[in-house]
Design a protein around this ligand. Structure first.
Ligand code: UDP
Length: 409
C-alpha cells in the first residue's frame, strides 16, 4: 500500500485525489528542501514526510541539510530568539560566521533544482552563493513568529530576501511585509505517526499504571518543555484552585530534559517545589522519543491544557484536539487558530480563568465530548499533513504563474 493510500483512509478519497491532480501538474519538477537538522524539532519532522510524499506524487523532491560547527548553532539560536522579538547581542564575527557557513554549504550541497525551499534563518544566505542558473526559484519558509524581530538580527537577515521569489509563514500575524509574494501555511500533524496513531487499550492501561495514574479518575494534562512561556506554574495554580471541588482530580505535567536550555532546570525545580507532597500531581520527565507515551497521556486526559503565555503554533494543541480532547489554551500565537471558545475548548488569560473553564468541562460531560469531536474534525480539516502538502503544491503552481502577488490562506 502506498503512503498516500494509507492517508486516504484518514482524510478521505477526495483530499488525496486533489493531491494527485495537483501532483500531475507538477510531475518531474525538481524541488529541494534545505534546513539545519535531520532530527529533532518540528521542521525536521515535517520534512521527514514531506519529501517522500512529494516523490510519490511524481515530484523529484529531495531534502538537504546544512553542515556547520556548533558555534554556528549558537548564532542561529540567537537569530531564532531575535526573530521572536527578544533583544540579542551578536558580534560582527557572529554574522560573518553565519555568512561563511552558508557560502561553504552552497558549494557542498546539491541544490540543482527548479525550486528550493529554504527553511528558517539558518540557510537563508544560500542563494547568495549558488551559481546563477542552478536554482530557478527560491522560497523562504519561515516557521518562526518574525513579526517583531530584534532590529540587528532582522537587518542582517533582510539582506537575503531580495534573492527570494516567495516567502511562506505559518500564520498571517507572524509575517513581515516582504517585497515578494507571501503565502500562509500553518504546520500540521501526521495522523499515522507514533505520536498520533490509535493505541491499543491494554498498552494504554499498562503505561498509565507505570506512571501511577488512575485510569478511572479525571486527568488534566499539559505536555511541554519546562519553559516559563509554557506557564507550568500557572497550570499548577489552576489545578490547586480546583482541588477543593474535585479531590479525585489528577494532573500530569509531561516534558523532557533540555540540556541546551539553561533556564529549563530552574523552571523544573520551581515546578517540583510547587508540586511537592501532592501524590495526584505527576511531573514526568520523558525521553525525546517518548512519542507513544505522549500519545497515551493525551488520549487519557479528560481536558488538555496548553496555558502558554507566548507560543509559536502549539503542536501539542493540535495533537490533543486530534485525540478528541477539548483544550484550554493561553490566548496567544497559533493557539488562537486552534482553540475556539465553546467549540474546540477555551482561550484563557489567567490560572483562575483556566480553573473556571476546566470546571465547566468537568461538570458537563456531554459538552466536553461534543467539543472534543469538534476539535478532531477541525484538525482533520485544517491541520493534517495532507492539507500542508496541498499548500506547498499550490505554492509551486503559483510560482509558475505570471501574476506576482498571490496570497494563499
Ligand atoms: N514534545 C515531546 N516531548 C516533550 C515535550 C514536547 O515530544 O517532552 C513534543 C510535543 O508532543 C509536540 C512538540 O514536542 O509535538 C512541541 O511542539 P509545540 O509546537 O507544542 O511547542 P514548542 O516546543 O515547539 O515550543
Amino acid at each position: 500500500m502506498s503512503l498516500l493510500d494509507r492517508y486516504e483512509e484518514v482524510v478521505g478519497h477526495q483530499e488525496v485525489q486533489c493531491l494527485r491532480h495537483l501532483g500531475e501538474r507538477l510531475a518531474g519538477k525538481r524541488v529541494v528542501h534545505v534546513n539545519s537538522t535531520r532530527t529533532g524539532g518540528g521542521v525536521a519532522e515535517i520534512l521527514g514526510w514531506m519529501a517522500p510524499l512529494m516523490q510519490e506524487l511524481g515530484i523529484d523532491a529531495r531534502w538537504e541539510v546544512l553542515t556547520a560547527p556548533p558555534e554556528f548553532y549558537r548564532v542561529t539560536k540567537a537569530f531564532h530568539n531575535g526573530l521572536q522579538g527578544r533583544a540579542v547581542s551578536l558580534k560582527k564575527r557572529d554574522y560573518e560566521l553565519h555568512y561563511e557557513v552558508n557560502r561553504q554549504n552552497a558549494q557542498r550541497l546539491n541544490l540543482e533544482a527548479d525550486v528550493v525551499f529554504v527553511h528558517d534563518p539558518q540557510p537563508i544566505y544560500l542563494p547568495a552563493f549558488t551559481p546563477e542558473g542552478q536554482v530557478a526559484r527560491w522560497v523562504w519558509r519561515c516557521h518562526i513568529d518574525a513579526s517583531q524581530p530584534d532590529r540587528g538580527v532582522w537587518k542582517y537577515l533582510e539582506g537575503a530576501i531580495p534573492h527570494y521569489q516567495a516567502a511562506v509563514f505559518s500564520m498571517p500575524a507572524f509575517a513581515r511585509s516582504l517585497p515578494c509574494p507571501m503565502f500562509v501555511s500553518p504546520p500540521s500533524i501526521d495522523p499515522l505517526s507514533e505520536k498520533n496513531c490509535p493505541i491499543p487499550e491494554q498498552e494504554r492501561l499498562e503505561a498509565l499504571s507505570r506512571f501511577m495514574i488512575d485510569p478511572n479518575r479525571p486527568l488534566l494534562l499539559q505536555v511541554s518543555r519546562f519553559d516559563r512561556f509554557k506557564d507550568p506554574l500557572g497550570v499548577l495554580e489552576a489545578y490547586r484552585l480546583l482541588k477543593p471541588y474535585y479531590p479525585e482530580l489528577q494532573l500530569a505535567l509531561a516534558g523532557g530534559p533540555a540540556d541546551d536550555d539553561p533556564e529549563a532546570a530552574d523552571v523544573l525545580r520551581d515546578v517540583l517545589d510547587q508540586a511537592a507532597g501532592d501524590p495526584n500531581v505527576k511531573i514526568l520527565m520523558l525521553p525525546p522519543d517518548a512519542h507513544r507515551t505522549i500519545n497515551i497521556l493525551q488520549r487519557s486526559a479528560v481536558v488538555v491544557l496548553q496555558k502558554s503565555l507566548k507560543e509559536g503554533f502549539g503542536l501539542t494543541v493540535t495533537e490533543a484536539l486530534w485525540k478528541g480532547k477539548p483544550v484550554i489554551g493561553g490566548a496567544c500565537g497559533g493557539i488562537t487558530l486552534q482553540v475556539h471558545d465553546y467549540h474546540t475548548g477555551f482561550l484563557v488569560h489567567s490560572p483562575a480563568g483556566a480553573a473556571y473553564r476546566i470546571r465547566y468541562l468537568l461538570r458537563y460531560a456531554e459538552k466536553r465530548q461534543r467539543m472534543g469531536q469538534n476539535g478532531h474534525d477541525f484538525v482533520r480539516e485544517h491541520f493534517l499533513l495532507t492539507r500542508h502538502l496541498r499548500d506547498y503544491l499550490n505554492v509551486l503552481l503559483c510560482l509558475d504563474r505570471p501574476e506576482p502577488d498571490v496570497l494563499v490562506v
